[in-house]
Design a protein around this ligand. Sequence first.
Ligand SMILES: Cc1ncc(COP(=O)(O)O)c(C=O)c1O
Length: 292
Amino acid sequence: MKKVFFSNSGAEANECAIKTARKYSFDKYGENRFKIVTLVNSFHGRTLTTLSATGQESFHQYFMPFTDGFVHVPADDFAALESAVDDGVCAVMLELVQGEGGVYVLDKEYVKKAEELCRKKDVLFIVDEVQTGNGRTGSLYAYMQYGISPDIVTTAKGLGNGLPIGATMFSAKCEKTLTPGTHGSTFGGNPVACAGAIAVIKAINDKLLSGVAEKGERIRGVLSVCSKVKSVSGLGLMLGVEADDAAALKEQCLQKGLVVLTAKDKLRLLPPLNIGDDELEEGLRILKEVLG
Ligand SMILES: Cc1ncc(COP(=O)(O)O)c(C=O)c1O
């Protein structure tokens, strides 16, 4: 990655990526090459444009008209992607592990073929690492486990660790696409949020990352012997647990003092990357109680 544009959230980071893809294409090919292909069950944010990018019908209500030009194809279906990437497409945008969409890990071969297709068609390959970035999956970015080189990577959540920051990172191909006046932000790159992000980046080292992988395995080990667990998905410390009535199980965990989330019909676990052994054991004890 050659350049970064700082903003204040994940949705803004994705808006910036979308604008860059459209301008990259406009500069090179002119009008009418503006479509962006994303995946069914993706989640890219809550602004009107990133809601359009989000491939879930439940998010396409109430706020019409939404931004035009987004096409959604099923995950891991390369034939569908190939036929969607026609001459009117300027970018493909993927989450490598769909977070809100049910902690679904994309297939490596599919992702590699998607990248090759983008190269062949001069379509920008955007990876949304708002949730997966900054060590969450056991590598600095999830794309590093896929052997790919995206044109744009977006990130936010873990980078700010509670402070509002978004980052859109550009490869050499599109580092010069946005120019002064074509994009900007009053608070983007503000010193407080950036000081926080610098502290986060300094804390991410090989030890922390290998700890993420180890702790993820430890949690999976416990889940594998719980009677209510049907399957476990995810990467590193981003885990999805398939079990009946996840919403009720989430409530039971909360009652016992363990904060978990749901994603679609799964329980979703996103523990702190630096969680200590005692806290992890305590959380696992509660999970075992709730999940049998
Ligand atoms: C993959 C992904 N992209 C974008 C967003 C939007 O980020 P924000 O809430 O910071 O705007 C989220 C938030 O859940 C996300 O998980």
